[in-house]
Design a protein around this ligand. Sequence first.
Ligand SMILES: [Zn+2]
Length: 405
Amino acid sequence: MKPILPLFVFIDACGWEIIQQDPFVRDVAPHRRPLTSVFGYSSACIPSILSGRYPGEHRNWSYFVYDPKRSPFRKLRALQWIPAALTGRRRVRRWLSKYVKMRLKFKGYFDLYNIPFRYISLFDFTEKKSPLQPGGMNEGPNIFDFLQERAIPYHVSQPTAGEEPNLTALLKDIRQEEIDFAFLYWPELDGLMHRVGNNSKEVPAKLRSYEEKIARLMAVAREHYEEVRLYVFSDHGMANCDQHLDLRSRIDALGFKMGEDYAVVYDSTMARFWFFNDQAERAITECLEEVPEGEILSDAELKQLGTFFPDRYFGELIFLLQEGTLIVPSHMGERPIRAMHGFHPDAPHSYAALMTNQPDVPAEISAIPDMFKLMIRDATLAHAVNRGSKSAVTATSPQREPANY
Ligand SMILES: [Zn+2]
């Protein structure tokens, strides 16, 4: 038996709005609060949680950027001659994504999505490392660097392994009583809601299955640790998308050439543009200003959101749709999905959630990057106490602020 285990259970897309209508984990984690998300997709949110910093600092934001010089995809251009009926298929794309990921030795999540092979060599992919590993950030350290430097033993899920095997792996480590920190990663709710929306009966059913898993986890953890500090939390919510916008047709109609006059990535809720002449920049900007379903984000707004990049690495112009509208077709998918996230963090369904058995989480823990402060606070405390170290006294002091992370 050991004194303390901090248990961080990350559930992708378990947003604040969803748990408003559901008593999810209320018995084991009664203290609940909304957390402001980070503008972007999970590719931006998860690295922000793991590093305590915003994308403007850690540079993990959107997956694809215009960068032909560094594009690793040049060889894929040959695939443009395969009929679109085949390469446009989701299953074929998924298989190709796996193959490309292996060949290019990418360590994080990778998907070719719906980027046309004709244009793929214009783009680079920005998540070549796994943010769930030490050294996994594009810039600066994450929680796993922090733990490794201090020799704090920890458990983290393998995202490719699946939810049940990841739970089994964590239970094994808990029984061995060697870890002082655990991070469990569950992505399936996100995928489910993309498919069925946030009002489907399948959502509460999935939440019940998570409760059953968390109950199993807590039962084993309590057998081996006197105090289990449970934090169930998310990165963003999910909004049903009832409106679709064919932005690509409007831009194509202007007659400029992709790769020569401009480049664009159509993410599902935003479009990011790079311009190679003034004419294209002016005409495309004017066109976007006339689209009522979205708005061009100013530099001031991007700075406020923590997603401003002085080198315009992720796009010179960012056009964001209002909540509930989806770009279809986009480079993320040819066909619409039922629900999506990645709208403005102020939109009602963007908010993430924190549910915990700890009654004294400081009020300043109010946005998802703040979860990092809780993680290092509890990991430091558990490590000190579990080792019977004298430094436990200073580690528990609430005045102690994390340095540099
Ligand atoms: Zn998602």
